[in-house]
Design a protein around this ligand. Sequence first.
Ligand code: MLT
Length: 202
Amino acid sequence: TLSFTHRFQPGSTSGAAPLLLLHGTGGDESDLLPLGATLSPGAALLSPRGQVLEHGMPRFFRRLAEGVFDEDDVRRRALELGAFVSQARQRYGIAAPVAVGYSNGANIAAALLLLQPEVLAGAVLFRAMVPLSQTPVAQLKRKPVLMLSGLADPIVPASKSAKLCSELSNAGADVTHTTLPAGHQLSQADIALARDWVAGLP
Ligand code: MLT
């Protein structure tokens, strides 16, 4: 059996990149399936459940407080997620996925991009912030990344999304970072921008 509780929906559109769906705190493996189907109709969807529980709420890594991460746990859990993706690719016969992460799920996707760039073909990061205070040395080789932030997000300060954007860019990723007039919740504009961006992937 694979190392994460997950759901997998096979793709029906050949050529569409599989999506790795990573939920926010308190979500689960079913949460983002509708979002994935909206962003890339017909794409294979791989959706794990975070293995850390915070007061019963699944997450992808431990935090000490809101916005204060247990960075050893971030590193360890990102590598576990990378191993799961490799297992799932073999089991289901899919290509390297594009991560679609929201909040805590976006933060683990960012850590995975920086620690094991070969696992992901790209990423859509909704409401992400810098996951590690020491930037790993990564070669992102023009990997496409879309970051969508909220101007009025009470959880993610602009400085922490800007820092992630510059770390990914410095590591060679091809980052588009847009800040929307929104809070931490996703808005219709997030969905529309992400859908257009995914449609334009090579
Ligand atoms: C995190 O813990 O990853 C961030 O604070 C976002 C969240 O999950 O609320």
